[in-house]
Design a binder for this molecule. Structure first.
Ligand code: UD1
Ligand code: UDP
Length: 367
């Protein structure tokens, strides 16, 4: 008998990591009826990803509003998804990671007594304010879930430490790596990469809610000061659509012509920019998973990480959000070939790119 599986997601990173699974389930129509519900927590950045993976949602809750608060997203998703769940009555709801979309959708499923599977389960910092509110969201989704698709042994262990039943945890790898397998190309070209020429290309992203305001200003000031002292560097910064991020970036970075702020890149482009970059500065979660496979050093502008595997592999270094520390660590990495070489070794801590198949196999056998 086919299983009716509903996948719910709404932001760019969830879409990048859920679309490979959507397409895997859809490729097995004898086993699954696949229903896609997007919340639209992100609008443009979500739609970019849906286009790339050729995924057409069956339901769209259209929740995004400019400057939305955590109250807005959580309450809108919770209220609007109810009718969809009642109409579809899936055998399982799958959510991803740690966004407000994931938390509210899982909560709605619980209220209707529909079982939930958590893709990318078990990541932890154990600090509710870092990242905020993601650490709460992921812990809460794991309280609700019945199936745990853990990307690594470390995340499995985190779940076991919370007494989650071993028999409900599967180490699958991260579905984000499934996408990366298909995107990076030797012959990739873009005008921005021609502009960078032979300079060392720095790739920047930033968006975390707890970094909005003064921490983000400090990050941008440090980056600019380091680059001013290193004329052989150029930076590309595909900027998040959050107006608060844009304001801070333009205030600190405008007028510095070796740093170009551009619109968010489609995921295929972003992966190829990563592959061509010299190093990456970011507060993103997903980029911390992708960079080790590509052997690209990442300075993580956060105080904690739920991705210790990349730190252990040597690719990631936590540099916090203090201007002096970022300045020092960024300078050291640019000036020390041995530091750089030590951080540039490719490794594969987040899986082999077949996570979606493993998740589908588990779901096929679900009781
Ligand atoms: C959200 C997630 C975060 C994830 C991030 C990925 C929560 C609480 N946060 O944070 O976990 O790491 O997405 O990027 O779930 N905007 C647009 N168009 C878009 C997307 C965003 O205009 O396509 C603007 C809107 O003004 C919106 C703002 O960005 O209000 C912030 O978006 P929001 O989803 O609330 O927070 P993120 O920081 O993106
Ligand atoms: N990404 C993208 N375009 C960009 C910047 C990032 O497609 O301009 C991809 C990146 O490859 C990764 C994901 O978006 O897969 C990370 O998303 P984000 O940093 O917004 O969220 P987080 O991972 O921090 O939740």
């Amino acid at each position: 008998m086919t299983k009716k599986v509903m996948l719910v997601f709404g932001t760019r990173p969830e879409a990048i990591k859920m679309c490979p699974l959507v397409n895997e389930l859809k490729s097995r129509p004898d086993e699954f009826e696949t229903v896609v519900c997007v919340t639209g927590q992100h609008r443009e950045m979500l739609d970019q990803v849906l286009r790339v993976f050729d995924v057409e949602p069956d339901y769209d809750l259209h929740v995004m509003r400019p400057g939305q608060t955590l109250f807005d997203i959580t309450s809108d998703v919770l209220l609007k998804i109810r009718a969809v769940l009642e109409e579809v009555r899936p055998d399982a709801v799958l959510v991803h990671g740690d966004t407000s979309t994931s938390f509210a959708a899982a909560l709605a499923a619980l209220y209707l007594q529909i079982p939930v599977g958590h893709v990318e389960a078990g990541l932890r910092t154990r600090d509710l304010y870092s990242p905020w509110p993601e650490e709460f969201n992921r812990q809460a989704v794991d309280v609700i879930s019945q199936w745990y698709f853990a990307p690594t042994e470390t995340s499995r262990k985190n779940l076991l430490d919370e007494a989650k039943p071993d028999g409900r945890i599967w180490v699958t790898g991260n579905t984000g790596i499934d996408a990366l397998r298909t995107t990076v190309r030797e012959d990739y070209a873009r005008p921005e990469l021609d502009w960078a020429g032979n300079s060392r290309l720095i790739l920047i992203t930033a968006h975390r809610r707890e970094n909005l305001g003064e921490p983000m200003h400090r990050m941008f000031r440090a980056i600019r000061r380091v680059m001013e002292g290193h004329p052989d560097t150029k930076a590309i910064y595909p900027i998040h659509m959050n107006p608060q991020v844009r304001r801070a970036a333009h205030e600190e970075l405008d007028g510095f012509d070796r740093l170009r702020i551009i619109d968010p890149l489609e995921v295929v482009d972003f992966h190829n920019f990563m592959a061509r970059s010299y190093l990456i500065l970011t507060d993103s979660g997903g980029i911390q998973e992708e960079a080790p496979s590509l052997g690209k050093p990442v300075l993580v502008m956060r105080d904690t990480t739920e991705r210790p595997e990349g730190v252990a592999a040597g690719t990631l270094r936590l540099v916090g959000t203090e201007e002096g520390v970022i300045f020092g660590e960024f300078t050291r990495l640019l000036d020390s070939p041995s530091e750089y070489a030590a951080m540039s070794r490719a490794s594969n801590p987040y899986g082999d790119g077949h996570a979606s198949e493993r998740i589908a196999d588990v779901l096929k056998g679900m009781a």
